[in-house]
Each structure stands twice: as structure tokens, then as C-alpha cells.
Design a protein around this ligand. Structure first.
Ligand code: HMG
Ligand code: MG
Length: 305
């Protein structure tokens, strides 16, 4: 068997956004800011730090402006999520220069998540993307429910490609293609990502896996074979979309970093420092974390105590 893999992979840390958005108890802004700082210190180069969404819908993200201001001195790529025109305006007020829009392939999911059909979202966002590109803003499009939807079931590949094409034609820099409820299998991932890499050779293609059924590492391996070298992951395996029943945490960054390191693939992330960043955020959680690497880290600590 020939195993294809890149020498280097970029991890886009989504813990401060996808990881925390589903937490019921509000995490104080200064802890979030410290979490972001320590994650960047561990070697992360790109991160979703917050989202400009309605505080009524996602109360955990109500401090988005403060988070951006607190991270001002960090020069690496700080991405903020924006669902609509209002979110874009708020992000621009804070001088953000890397924005992520998010749209579901499934209409039903999109309606539950941002109260618009997929077409209504596109009609609002596409003309805006063109103007944002003229302003020199980095733009990422998160494509939700690219494999399965909790309401509509299996999603047709042609519909995913059609949605991706709309964003690519508008000039987007990156597509982050998501298995929102962690249902995809490695063959489906290989199949979709192989096509996306072929069809959109000039766009950054990133895979975003939730680990509901513990298939995320296998899906990452399959996506590497398809030529993907960018993965979203969340420190501690935190995360999930509040409007996608069944969406548990993202694949844990520490497990991805460990696997890639063992395979000789560079990530630039220091595992020990990453685990220290997770120590900081676990003090705010009322449950144990599920990731293999973090459990081992706790066992080591107990042995040394
Ligand atoms: P709506 O109720 O239809 O909004 O919600 P509206 O336009 O009717 O406005 C209602 C109120 O919200 C108004 O305020 C607006 O100003 C305000 P009021 O007059 O009542 O005081 N508003 C906003 N406030 C802050 N930021 C905004 C904004 N827009 C309107 N951007 C809305 C529509 C999109 C706002 C709402 O549905 C929402 O906030 N949804 C966010 C959902 C969300 O954050 N989901 C999680 C992120 S996506 C995800 O996790 C998936 C991903 O990880 C990939 C994957 O795994 O699939 C990316
Ligand atoms: Mg997600």
C-alpha cells in the first residue's frame, strides 16, 4: 500500500470558538483571552478566536469585541466567524482582517443555525465577499453538513460541490468543509476531498471533523491521502454546534498533533505547551475531557504528585 502524506500540516485551532460556543456556563473573558494567548504560544499559527453572532442565540460569544481587542497584539492569523451583514460590520469595527462565513449545505440546518435558507444566506454573503476581498480581508467559508445533516440525513456530494463553487467563484481564500455531526466515514471523506482538491486547486481546502463517533482521526488519515494538509481541531476536544443535535466535540488538537508527530508530519505545535493551555480551560469545565492525550497527561501528573 502506498501511503501519501504531506511533510507539513497546518492546524487551525477552533477551541476558543467552536470549542466554547456550546458551553452553558459563561467562561470569563480574561480566561478566554489567556487560553487564546497560550494556544498561540504553543505554536498554533491560525485560530478561530470568537464569533460575532447574536448574544441571544449564543450567549457564550457575547464578548466577541473584547476578545478581539484582548488579542490585538498577537500577530498570527486570528479568524472571527460572521453569519451575516451585521456580524461583518461588527467585525470590521474591531478591525478584524480574517473572517469566516458559515453556511449549511442543508437548508433545514441553515435555517436552524442562522434563520435563513442556504440560498438566502448566499444572496446576502456572496456580493459582500467580493467587496471584502477588495479590502484585502482574508476570507474563509465554513461549509456545514457537508456529509450528513441531523434533519435531512445523507447530503449529496453534488450539492456540496455546488455550494463550494459559489464561494470559490466569489473569490474566497479557504473552504473549511465540515462533518458537523461526526457521521462521515473515511471513504466518504477521501471521495469528497479528492474531488474538492481537484476542482478547486487555487483555494485552501481544510477538513473540519467532529468526533461524535470516534472516526475523526481515521477521517483525517483518509483526507491526508486525498491531499488535504489543513485541519480544524479543538484543544481538549471541546465543541459542537448548539443548533445541530448530536454534534459533540471537534477532534482534539492534542490527539491530531500526537498522531501527525508520530507519522513524521510537522505541525509546529509543542504538545506539552498545548496540554498546559488545556489545563487552563479545564478549570472552567464541569466534566472530564475525552481526548486520549489529555487523559494520559492527567495520569502522568497523578503519578508525579
Ligand atoms: P435572527 O433572529 O434571524 O436575526 O438571527 P435578525 O436579523 O432578525 O436580528 C435579530 C436581533 O439580532 C437584532 O437585535 C439584531 O441586531 C441582532 P435586536 O434588534 O433584537 O436587539 N443581530 C446580531 N447581533 C450580533 N451579531 C450578529 C447579529 N445579527 C443580528 N451577527 C442570527 C440570525 C444569524 C443573528 C442568529 O441566527 C445567530 O446568531 N446564529 C448564530 C448561530 C451560531 O453561532 N452557530 C454556531 C456557529 S456555526 C458552527 O458551529 C458550525 C461550524 O463549526 C462548522 C461545522 O461544524 O459544521 C462552523
Ligand atoms: Mg464545528
Amino acid at each position: 500500500m502506498t501511503i501519501n502524506y504531506p511533510k507539513k500540516v497546518t492546524i487551525i485551532e477552533v477551541g476558543p470558538r467552536d470549542g466554547l460556543q456550546n458551553e452553558k456556563q459563561f467562561v470569563p473573558t480574561e480566561i478566554k483571552a489567556k487560553f487564546i494567548e497560550t494556544l498561540f504560544d504553543s505554536g498554533v499559527t491560525e485560530m478561530e478566536i470568537t464569533s460575532f453572532v447574536s448574544p441571544k442565540w449564543v450567549p457564550q460569544m457575547k464578548d466577541a469585541s473584547e476578545i478581539v481587542r484582548a488579542s490585538n497584539s498577537i500577530l498570527k492569523k486570528k479568524i472571527v466567524l460572521v453569519p451575516n451583514e451585521k456580524g461583518i460590520e461588527l467585525a470590521l469595527e474591531q478591525k478584524c482582517n480574517a473572517l469566516a462565513v458559515f453556511v449549511g449545505v442543508s437548508d433545514t440546518f441553515n435555517k436552524r443555525n442562522i434563520n435563513k435558507t442556504t440560498k438566502e444566506s448566499l444572496d446576502e454573503l456572496i456580493p459582500r465577499i467580493k467587496r471584502l476581498k477588495q479590502m484585502g480581508i482574508f476570507l474563509r467559508a465554513c461549509i456545514s453538513t457537508a456529509f450528513y445533516c441531523p434533519f435531512e440525513g445523507k447530503i449529496e456530494k453534488a450539492k456540496v460541490i455546488e455550494l463550494c463553487r459559489a464561494f470559490v467563484d466569489a473569490g474566497i481564500d479557504e473552504l473549511s468543509v465540515a462533518d458537523t455531526i461526526g457521521m462521515a466515514n473515511p471513504i466518504e471523506c477521501y471521495d469528497l476531498f479528492k474531488d474538492l482538491k481537484f476542482l478547486f486547486p487555487n483555494t485552501l481546502i481544510t477538513a473540519h471533523f467532529h468526533d461524535t463517533r470516534k472516526m475523526a482521526l481515521a477521517n483525517i488519515f483518509a483526507s491526508l491521502q486525498a491531499g488535504v494538509d489543513r485541519f480544524d481541531s479543538s484543544a481538549g476536544g471541546l465543541g459542537g454546534c448548539p443548533f445541530a443535535p448530536g454534534a459533540t466535540g471537534n477532534v482534539a488538537t492534542e490527539d491530531v498533533v500526537y498522531m501527525l508527530n508520530q507519522m513524521g508530519i510537522e505541525t509546529g505545535i509543542d504538545l506539552k505547551r498545548l496540554l498546559a493551555a488545556i489545563d487552563l480551560i479545564t478549570s472552567e469545565m464541569d466534566r472530564p475531557l475525552e481526548s486520549g492525550q489529555y487523559k494520559l497527561h492527567l495520569q502522568e501528573r497523578l503519578k508525579q504528585a
